[in-house]
Design a protein around this ligand. Structure first.
Ligand SMILES: Nc1ncnc2c1ncn2[C@@H]1O[C@H](COP(=O)(O)OP(=O)(O)O)[C@@H](O)[C@H]1O
Ligand SMILES: [Mg+2]
Length: 394
């Protein structure tokens, strides 16, 4: 497995977070969105985290998807507590020696029995303590941050982080950097776009996908290992990567297959790679079609409305109920709508996402693109034939 380092992007973001770039307000929080599997977590952990550490920052990383059954609020608290442990170990040992129950750290009273746990401290206190004991600025990276909005305690944690930022930072002095990433721009937007949102006013940036430098790197690896394939057609590689939706894992997997001595491939490998990409795209689409077709009529109508309305979706307004009725040819009540939404949320994998405030959206933003493409092609709703493709391949 190869890993392509994205040092330049990591440097740029580090400078922006420190408030060193002229433009932008990353020092108030950096919000990065990009589709699933395009390399966000890999970048955050493998490139950004070490770049920040090299710049003298203590970094706390937490992935809210690491265990979706766990409460997002406590996951964040735990990650901070974990980072505090090595710092407080010293303080705690000193306190024990002196038989003290509380110690003063940076002007704060800390109960030594609670050291290592955040329960006794607020998130703000814990972050301040981390900052003061380490004598360094702190960066908190929350991966798949939109997941915090699915519970009240997660929402409260986000509000607490914003308040911690406001308390710890001063003009020209950034002590707490916040990085929030997400697989869905619309959901991440809910952290910033209403007056009651925790980070009201911040901007969501699109995290760049791996680019032509990644393709050039892969091409150079192929040429080094298989000199007879020189020169590798980078334009076709790039095209295949795009068709794979910029998802390196699928791209590299298919590349491994077409380059394998067992592939029985006669001509060049590049067109075969592109063909594999197209096949994958067809499969993805067929999977979505079969998911859709497997739903009950009411669920289909509700999903259709969500696909059509996007961020404007309101589940129970008169127009929505009229829409469901028209599509199912029978009246659909609010309770039935609710049940349909709940069913689509409970299924594995879930089709629907629900925030703590009862807002609904699609779990996978790729479905919107699929829907729009079918509508443009005059092929919506999907026919059972499209759904079959996915099953054949299983
Ligand atoms: N820089 C990279 N170089 C090579 N492979 C990568 C890179 N970034 C991601 N990948 C591959 O893509 C997969 C998905 O990446 P990940 O970071 O988990 O995506 P995301 O967090 O956006 O869902 C990884 O398991 C890895 O195989
Ligand atoms: Mg990830």
């Amino acid at each position: 497995m190869i890993s392509f380092q994205r040092a330049t992007l990591a440097q740029e973001l580090t400078a922006a977070l420190q408030g060193k770039s002229l433009l932008g307000d990353a020092h108030n929080g950096l919000f990065l969105a990009a589709p699933r599997r395009t390399g966000k977590s890999t970048f955050l952990q493998g490139d950004l985290l070490p770049a920040l550490e090299a710049a003298g920052v203590v970094v706390v990383y937490v992935d809210l998807w690491a265990d979706v059954r766990r409460d997002p609020g406590s996951l964040i608290a735990e990650a901070i507590a974990h980072a505090l442990e090595p710092q407080l170990g010293l303080v705690a040992r000193a306190a024990k020696k002196a038989r003290l129950n509380t110690v003063k750290v940076g002007g704060m009273e800390v109960d030594t029995s609670k050291i290592g746990k955040v329960d006794g401290l607020t998130l703000t206190d814990a972050l301040r303590l981390l900052h003061q004991t380490a004598s360094k600025p702190v960066a908190l990276i929350v991966d798949e941050a939109q997941h915090a909005l699915t519970s009240e305690s997660g929402e409260a944690a986000m509000t607490a982080l914003k308040s911690a930022r406001d308390q710890l930072n001063r003009p020209g002095e950034v002590n707490l950097m916040l990085v929030m990433s997400g697989s869905d721009r619309d959901k991440l937007l809910r952290l910033v776009n209403t007056a009651s949102a925790p980070f009201y006013g911040s901007q969501i940036q699109r995290m760049p996908t791996l680019g032509s430098d990644f393709i050039a790197y892969v091409a150079s690896l192929i040429e080094a290992q298989r000199p007879e394939l020189k020169p590798v057609d980078q334009a076709v590689l790039q095209q295949a990567f795009e068709v794979f939706g910029y998802r390196p894992q699928f791209f590299m997997g298919a590349l491994g297959q077409v380059l394998s001595p067992l592939s029985a491939l006669t001509g060049r490998f590049e067109p075969a790679l592109l063909e594999a990409a197209r096949q994958r795209q067809l499969n993805d689409e067929a999977q979505m079609a079969s998911d859709y077709l497997g739903l009950k009529p009411t669920e289909q109508a509700v999903l259709w409305r969500m696909l059509e309305q996007g961020a404007r979706y309101r589940p129970y307004d008169a127009e929505a109920l009229r829409f469901y009725r028209e599509k199912t040819s029978h009246p659909v009540s609010v309770a039935q709508t609710q049940k349909a939404l709940e069913n689509m949320r409970q299924r594995m994998p879930a089709l629907i996402w629900k925030s703590a405030r009862g807002e609904y959206s699609l779990e996978d933003a790729a479905m919107h693109r699929w829907f729009e493409a079918l509508v443009d092609a005059g092929k919506w709703p999907p026919s059972p034939l499209q759904g079959m493709l996915a099953l054949e391949d299983e």
